[in-house]
Each structure stands twice: as C-alpha cells, then as structure tokens.
Design a protein around this ligand. Structure first.
Ligand code: FPP
Length: 238
C-alpha cells in the first residue's frame, strides 16, 4: 500500500451474537471468536503501521444485556489483558482505556490500570480499549472535569464557558488524534454512541461481514476504501 495509512482507526466490533446464532451456538461463543478476531486485527493493524486503534469492547448501554453475557465479556477482557502482555511487549503495543473506569468491577479496573502501567513506555501502536464507554458519557464526564478543575482553581464559581478546545482537553484521551476511519462490522448503519466528539469528521466504513470472521484482508480492504475518500473537513477541494 503506497497511500497514507490512517493514523487512528476505531472499530465497532459488531455481529458476535449473529455469528453464534447462525451456527446454533450460544452468544458467548460468538464473543469468544470475536476476541480471536480482535487479536488478529490488533496484529494486522500494528503490522500496517496504524498508530492508534480504538476497539469498542463494551458500551455504557451493554449493561442491559443478560448478566451471564456481561460477565462473560468482562472475563474475556480480563483474559485478553493478562494473556497479551508478551504479545504487547514483542510488538511494543501500548494499552490504554477509554470510558468510565469507575463503573467497572474492581478486578477489571485493576487489570486495566495494570496493563496501562506495564505498557506505558512501549512506543509502537496504541490500542485503546473502549470498555464501559459511551460518547455521551465521555462528553458529560469531560464537562464535570472542566467544572471541577475551574472550581478548584477559583474557589467555587465557574467564571468561563468551555471552548471546543477545553472540552476536547477533558475527554478521556486528549492527546490521541481524532479517528480518521471508523469501521463497523455486521452491516449496521449507525455509530451507537462511539467516539461522538472525536468522530465528527471520521470516514465511515461499513462491512457486511460479522466481526468473528474478520481478518487482515478485511482491514486492508477498509483501508484501501478509505484511501479513495476525498476528505474536506467541511471545506472545499482546492
Ligand atoms: C457486539 O456484537 C460485540 C460486543 C458487544 C462485545 C465485543 C467484545 C469482544 C469482541 C471481546 C472483548 C474484546 C477485547 C478486545 C478485550 P453483538 O453481541 O452486539 O452481536 P449481534 O449484534 O450480532 O447480537
């Protein structure tokens, strides 16, 4: 590939449940295969030279699912974070988190903070795991941080309105550039509360393929499609 590789790719990994249903399996089996696909795509993205990869693993709305399914996904997250350290070390992958960490079970919080800490000096691709993540929740928390910080500085009264930059600076990972490309598997045409602020000018790529079937070639096809886009960011082509 000669053309520019997107610096930041976000993925809505959808279709695990359908994948399992088509095979007469339980939904959790779909998530297990989804985790394997996530591992393949992390490796492929790192090999392609993508700098930031955000994976939507669990949304603030996913708590509505059956307790067993929620518990299973949390278990997979834990398993992934524990088992992948050697892989991260070999590939210099830095793990980060987006979302409301305080709302997660304490053992998961600990796995996440341990992984962040143990990979913080790796200078390869950054994998941002969106777990208990919702775009609206992220923006709401950004406002809270802004208000709390101003209040702490000035006594207790807000004396300025936040600018766009202020809000951006209080998001979960302000140093991470906005995603160039957001991919969604399993053919659904919606953003489902993913990177609402950051994704304002992201190119969207929808694939019909269910997430557990995703492989390196699917990521390459999405990137080739992205490379053919004309990005104007609301301006006019010169
Ligand atoms: C969406 O498919 C998938 C999820 C809500 C869970 C995604 C989680 C994983 C792949 C495992 C954890 C991953 C990492 C990287 C730690 P769905 O269940 O909504 O599928 P459906 O729409 O076909 O029912």
């Amino acid at each position: 590939m000669e053309k520019a590789i997107p610096a930041h790719v976000g993925i809505i990994m959808d279709g695990n449940g359908r994948w399992a249903k088509h095979r007469g399996l339980v939904r959790t089996q779909g998530h297990l295969e989804g985790l394997k696909a996530a591992k393949r795509i992390v490796k492929a993205a790192s090999d392609l030279g993508i700098k930031f990869l955000t994976l939507y693993a669990f949304s603030t709305e996913n708590w509505k699912r059956a307790e067993e399914e929620v518990g299973f996904i949390m278990g997979l997250v834990k398993q992934y974070l524990r088992a992948e350290f050697d892989f991260s070390k070999r590939n210099k992958i830095r793990v980060r988190h987006a979302g409301n960490i305080d709302g997660l079970p304490v053992d998961i919080q600990k796995e996440i903070t341990d992984s962040i800490e143990s990979t913080k000096d790796f200078n390869g691709m950054q994998v941002i795991l969106a777990i208990n993540y919702g775009g609206r929740d992220e923006i709401t928390r950004a406002f809270k941080r802004f208000v709390n910080e101003i209040n702490a500085r000035t006594g207790d009264s807000i004396d300025k309105y936040p600018t766009e930059n202020d809000i951006r600076n209080y998001l979960d990972n302000p140093d991470v550039p906005d995603p160039d490309l957001i991919i969604r598997s399993a053919g659904e045409y919606r953003t489902s509360n993913f990177l609402l602020w950051e994704g304002a000018y992201s190119e969207i790529y929808i694939s019909q393929k269910l997430w557990p079937d995703w492989d390196k070639e699917d990521l390459e096809t999405a990137i080739t499609d992205y490379q053919g886009r004309d990005r104007r960011f609301g301006g006019v082509k010169t």
